[in-house]
Design a protein around this ligand. Structure first.
Ligand code: ADX
Length: 215
């Protein structure tokens, strides 16, 4: 009852809110920067190396003169999303909000780098569907759970094993690996710097890339 009331209030509100066209569009804003806006969406387990690689990618793009912004899950959860925890429902809302912010930022002409576990395929698809086909690249930072557990950079896997943390991805909350990401990074085969080059290569040449070791 409460949910259906909330839903009907939201629908009512949306029906009464009209879109305002602005004098400038995405292309105009991007043209002043000489770049094509897009989203580089990093997904993977906690401790997989998403933020490390995303940071290197942002730094390299910045040095090349591009205007970027990094939306990192841990950081966004300190502000915009500090009301959300780690239930499935909260994660879905976390990802929805970040995807909407990324959309606003691409509208502003930026190259947006998102680093979120984003464990559910349906949520990643929801994010992808907000953008044009050339605007969204899904980057799977593929680190086996056992390796992420060993690295445990924030001590969170240890806490989860001691049952001091609930709904931890890979332990008692699921991670659905991408089926056909634009870039598939095997972090056991590459250092972050090489992985970042692989992402930038894909950004400029747009094939589907699987960056795995030579062995
Ligand atoms: S997501 O699932 O909603 O996409 P997000 O990327 O924002 O997750 O946040 C994950 C970060 O929160 C992790 O890098 C980790 O540091 C921290 N964290 C705290 N509790 C959990 C948990 N239960 N599951 C996963 N990550 C957690």
């Amino acid at each position: 009852m409460r949910n259906s009331l909330a839903l009907s209030a939201a629908t009512h509100r949306n029906n009464d809110v009209h879109w305002h066209d602005s004098a400038l569009n995405k292309r105009d804003r991007a043209a002043t920067k000489g770049q094509q806006p897009c989203v580089l969406w990093f997904t993977g387990l906690s401790g997989a190396g998403k933020s490390t690689i995303a940071n290197v990618v942002e730094h390299k793009l910045h040095q090349m003169g591009f205007h970027t912004y990094l939306l990192d899950g841990d950081n966004v959860r300190h502000g915009l999303n500090n009301d959300l925890r780690f239930s499935d429902k909260d994660r879905i809302e976390n990802i929805r909000r970040v995807a909407e912010v990324a959309k606003l930022m691409t509208d502003a002409g930026l190259i947006v780098i998102v680093s979120l576990i984003s464990p559910f395929r349906s949520s990643r698809k929801m994010a992808r569907d907000l953008f044009g086909p050339q605007e969204f690249m899904e980057i799977f930072v593929d680190t086996p759970l056992e390796v992420a557990q060993q690295r445990d950079p924030k001590g969170l896997y240890k806490k989860a094993a001691e049952k001091k943390l609930n709904h931890f991805t890979g332990i008692d909350s699921s991670y659905e690996a991408p089926v056909n990401p634009e870039v598939h990074l095997d972090t056991l085969a590459f250092m972050p710097d090489e992985a970042a080059d692989c992402v930038i290569d894909a950004l400029f040449h747009r094939p589907r890339l699987k960056c795995v070791g030579a062995a």
